[in-house]
Design a protein around this ligand. Structure first.
Ligand SMILES: Cc1cc2nc3c(=O)[nH]c(=O)nc-3n(C[C@H](O)[C@H](O)[C@H](O)COP(=O)(O)OP(=O)(O)OC[C@H]3O[C@@H](n4cnc5c(N)ncnc54)[C@H](O)[C@@H]3O)c2cc1C
Length: 480
């Protein structure tokens, strides 16, 4: 993400902000306007509201529970046998995948490493473990995950439940690292499943959207701890796309962020380094640089005739010499701080369709003069065999569009979503999208298999909420 780069600060945009190089002031037209506020205020006498990280989803759960053991969890599930419930992790999903007016179940107190096997390179971990705890904890046993998402605030169970991924054409999502898991069903029964024991449940629950039960334990495939070096540089997008096959083969992790209304991209290449190599950092990080880019666009980009050109020049100028280098343990190099609130839509298209899909998105933004500056994220992930994974039976290219939380994303996302659909994109379950069960059933070869397992585990629909009811095409059934 650009928001940790010192990209613009060094440019003359600093002077625009403090008096205005061109004597321009921020223009309202460059914004889509604020999104409707979410009104989940704390009110005495009402249940405590729950709100997600992006503050676009919330609810008033009647009850919240955070069991301290699997036994306690199963007892609570049995005691609440008629009520609705939803598992919650760290609330880092943008979609309405968590909200419930029933019982919110957190596995926060089931956290930490249970055991490791360095011969087999596996680690058994409690589902509520936060990813930022997991990296250092595995490292202390000389182990590491093969890949990480962009951030590490999520819980392990929450992350695998939406097939959370990083980038690397030869690397799978977090769900693909699971070789066994234990799940508490709504009836309060603990089931352990793997490729050889209850394989249908295993195929469904490795990305189960919290619709099959409460994941308590996860056995993960790991690797020996390793160090990485990550470089970032702003480069012409055309060059990046011309060399895309070599880039994704040459770099263990390769991704880029394309700047709308320009011909540039921030390219991120991450590769292993020797454990003995010194830990290096070069280039200053600035988690709020994205605000300076917005300011540049608001002051220049919207000008008639010359605006796009002037904005492009700012990005060109700022890009020159803005390279960074960071090295260290894999878990810290691959995950970043996110201090700028935003909303996101991400679709995964078949890997080969990535460049064409991205180019169509960028040209739609330019043609329609959509006032968005948030860079578009572009990543690769290996295929897997997990039924609701975005990478099920096909290698994927995930393309994400973002909008600031203080701007309305709806018009922009509605304009771009049909392009994702045209390329047979599969939506990220934790991010915003508008697909229903008919469209989803055409995108996922094992859609019906998943629904059959869900129905067998939770025939009364106790784990459903409104969003899942619509996704699964169960409208008409009760939900809460
Ligand atoms: C700033 C930001 C950056 C992100 N970066 C990435 C990224 O790089 N790559 C990526 O793929 N995604 C990314 N995401 C999306 C995020 O990883 C997913 O939405 C993830 O599922 C969130 O995990 P969580 O622990 O917050 O779970 P929540 O959002 O709380 O829940 C997610 C799902 O998991 C279920 N769940 C939670 N706990 C359990 C449990 N114990 N048992 C069963 N089900 C459970 C919930 O019911 C829900 O269905 C990002 C999100 C944000 C806000």
């Amino acid at each position: 993400m650009i928001n940790r780069r010192n990209l613009i600060k060094k440019s003359f945009i600093g002077s625009l902000g403090t008096g205005g190089l061109l004597g321009l002031s921020a223009c309202e037209k460059s914004s889509m306007g604020p999104a409707a506020p979410l009104s989940y205020e704390f009110t005495a006498g009402k249940p405590m509201p729950w709100i997600n990280w992006a503050k676009n989803q919330g609810c008033f759960p009647a009850k919240r529970i955070a069991p301290q053991s699997e036994d306690e969890l199963c007892e609570l599930l049995k005691a609440n046998h008629s009520s609705r419930m939803r598992p919650v992790g760290a609330g880092h999903s943008f979609s309405a995948i968590v909200p419930t007016e029933g019982t919110l179940i957190s596995t926060d107190l089931l956290n930490g490493i249970i055991s490791t096997d360095s011969q087999a390179n596996t680690a058994r971990v409690w589902g509520g473990t936060r990813l930022h705890q997991l990296g250092p904890a595995l490292d202390s046993y000389g182990l590491a995950l093969t890949n990480w998402p962009d951030i590490n605030y999520q819980t392990l169970a929450g992350a695998i439940s939406t097939s959370t991924h990083g980038s690397g054409a030869a690397l799978g999502s977090l769900s693909s690292m699971v070789n066994e898991l234990t799940i508490a069903t709504p009836a309060g029964e603990l089931i352990t499943c793997s490729a050889s024991t209850r394989p249908e449940l295993f195929n469904a629950a490795r990305c189960g959207l919290g619709a099959l039960g409460i994941i308590t334990q996860v056995n993960l495939d790991t690797t020996a701890a390793f160090n990485l070096a990550q470089t970032t540089a702003v480069e012409p997008l055309a060059d990046v796309l011309n060399n895309i096959d070599q880039e994704k083969e040459r770099n263990r992790h390769f991704e880029f962020l394309a700047f709308p209304h320009t011909s540039q991209a921030l390219v991120v290449r991450t590769n292993p380094i020797d454990a003995a190599a010194p830990i290096t950092t070069f280039g200053e990080e600035d988690p709020t640089a994205i605000y300076q880019i917005r300011e540049a666009y608001q002051k220049l980009g919207i000008l008639p005739l010359v605006g796009e050109y002037a904005y492009q020049k700012v990005i060109d100028f700022a890009a020159d010499g803005a390279e960074t280098l960071t090295s260290g343990p894999s878990y810290s190099v691959l995950t970043h701080d996110r201090v700028v609130p935003f909303r996101e839509m991400e679709y995964t298209v078949p890997a080969d369709a990535g460049p064409a899909c991205l180019e169509e998105i960028l040209s739609r933004i330019a043609r329609k003069k959509i006032p968005v500056i948030f860079p578009i994220e572009y990543r690769y992930t290996q295929q897997d065999n997990i039924w609701l994974s975005m990478f099920c039976e096909q290698a994927g290219c995930s393309i994400s569009i973002h909008q600031f939380a203080d701007e309305d994303y709806r018009e922009y996302f509605a304009e771009i979503e049909p392009i994702f659909r045209k390329y047979a994109g599969r939506p990220h379950w934790g991010k915003l999208h508008t697909l229903g069960s008919q469209a989803l059933s055409e995108l996922y070869p094992h859609w019906a298999d998943f629904l059959a397992v869900r129905n067998s585990i939770d025939p009364a629909g106790r784990l459903l909420n409104e969003h899942l009811t619509e996704l699964f095409g169960l409208t008409g059934n009760a939900h809460g």
